[in-house]
Design a protein around this ligand. Structure first.
Ligand SMILES: Cc1cc2nc3c(=O)[nH]c(=O)nc-3n(C[C@H](O)[C@H](O)[C@H](O)COP(=O)(O)OP(=O)(O)OC[C@H]3O[C@@H](n4cnc5c(N)ncnc54)[C@H](O)[C@@H]3O)c2cc1C
Length: 398
């Protein structure tokens, strides 16, 4: 390592923050993570997909058994609204091809497992520290928090997610997350006699909305739906929405779709609802001694399950750049150069898949159902370049 920087501040203790800290520790950089939440809320959020490209990063730091306690397999089976099986993305050979197999994990449990490895390795995490501003000098960077405190280090990494304050502070006039015209709802529930459905996520292009569900290794049902809605809803509108109203809306949308969709909706005790955003393109991911990673740099819609995996890929690549390049500026620039084309392509791809989930009219529906089998087959083939991405820690970056 040729750099003199020895101390970093990480903003955000979500998925990428603790992993970034662990890789920096490996290269002799001391980190402290500042998280806005005042306590860990491992029950918040539903679930997310992690594919081999993300799992291979985690494998560098912990046995995958740590996170495979409560999961659904990632194999996907697609159906049209008439319950006709129109294709599959089978992951059976992923372990052989890529060294790991796609899974869906509860976001909170994943966050907890990663965080515990970081804590066990001596990483400091401070809660209740909401970033409000940043200043930089030639040799240092300082963060200020909403509780009036501040901290200084050699550099800062923004790991603070899609609505990143770090990004807004670096690029006040830069692009903001864009609403994609879809709402996502979902949750976890219990239903009798579903064991025979274990093994794949069932993705149904229903008559009026998209619905997906899977049975977990513990026998629970994990589900989500996508609803087209042109106008972006306000946060207040979504938080004020009552469970029964939401369930009735979902039941109406899926009334002609195959079972057990309506049983799943009826059985839900809690439904998460959020607008789907992405960040089409952020020109620069760093300024001076501050760099963005994960959703703060390049949020993607969740439709091809790559948000968490891309954030994990970023951590190992950035750590290697810092390890191997002679200055922070060179490291941050190289990091962006190595990552940008790949993430741009994935953000675009996820948008395209999301657009296929919008409610079609009868005419569009006819052609959609006709074309979907080809589309699904193509998607399966197209994912190889996404899953096969593997970073060799020992390979030097030049
Ligand atoms: C509570 C929560 C629930 C989620 N649920 C889901 C889900 O169900 N499905 C799904 O696909 N994705 C979900 N996500 C998003 C998913 O975790 C990310 O898309 C992905 O893992 C990329 O991770 P990241 O590290 O870039 O950001 P994130 O994992 O989003 O982490 C960002 C962290 O930064 C913290 N933070 C934000 N602003 C500040 C600030 N000003 N100062 C200090 N800290 C700050 C946040 O509290 C959070 O802990 C959720 C994110 C959060 C925060």
């Amino acid at each position: 390592m040729s750099m003199i920087e020895k101390k970093a501040i990480l903003i955000g203790c979500g998925i990428s923050g603790p992993v970034m800290a662990l890789f920096l520790k490996r290269i002799g950089i001391e980190t402290i993570i500042y998280e806005a939440q005042t306590q860990y809320r491992d029950d918040v959020g539903a679930f997310l997909g992690i594919s081999p490209n993300g799992l291979n990063v985690l494998k560098e730091l912990m046995p995958l058994e740590n996170i495979l306690t409560d999961f659904t397999p990632g194999k996907m089976a697609f159906f049209n609204g008439k319950n006709k099986n129109i294709g599959e993305i089978d992951n059976a050979n992923q372990t052989e091809l890529y060294g790991a197999e796609t899974v869906q994990l509860k976001r909170g449990l994943l966050n907890k497992a990663i965080r515990e490895v970081a804590i066990a390795n001596g990483i400091n995490i401070e809660l209740g520290k909401k970033l409000t501003s940043i200043t930089q000098t030639e040799k240092t960077a300082t963060v200020f928090f909403n509780d009036g405190t501040s901290a200084t280090a050699d550099f800062i990494i923004g790991c603070d997610g899609i609505h990143s304050t770090t990004r807004k502070l670096l690029f006040p006039n830069g692009p903001k997350p864009v609403y994609t015209g879809l709402l996502s709802t979902g949750g976890l529930t219990k239903l009798a006699n579903v064991q025979n459905l274990y093994g794949s996520i069932r993705m149904i292009f229903g008559e009026r909305a998209f619905f997906a569900y899977a049975v977990s290794n513990l026998g629970d049902v994990w589900w989500f739906n996508n609803i087209s809605r042109e106008k972006e809803p306000s946060r207040n509108e979504l938080t004020a929405m009552e469970l029964n109203h939401l369930k009735n809306t979902l039941l109406a949308l899926h009334k002609n779709d195959p079972e057990p969709i309506t049983d799943i909706i009826k059985s839900a005790n809690k439904v998460e609802i959020y607008p789907v955003y992405d960040i089409p393109f952020l020109e620069k991911w760093h300024r001076g001694r501050v760099c963005l990673i994960g959703d703060s740099a390049h949020a993607t819609a969740p439709h091809i399950g790559q948000g968490a995996s891309l954030a994990l890929e970023d951590t190992i690549v950035l750590a290697k750049c810092i390890r191997d390049l002679p200055s922070l500026e060179a490291a941050f620039a190289k990091f962006q150069a190595l990552r940008q084309d790949r993430v741009k392509k994935i953000v675009r791809e996820a948008r395209k898949v999301g657009n296929n989930k919008r409610a079609p009219n009868k005419f569009q529906q006819f052609f959609r159902d006709l074309l979907l089998p080809f589309f699904v087959k193509m998607e399966a083939k197209k994912m190889d370049w996404v899953y096969s991405y593997k970073v060799d820690w020992n390979e030097k970056i030049i």
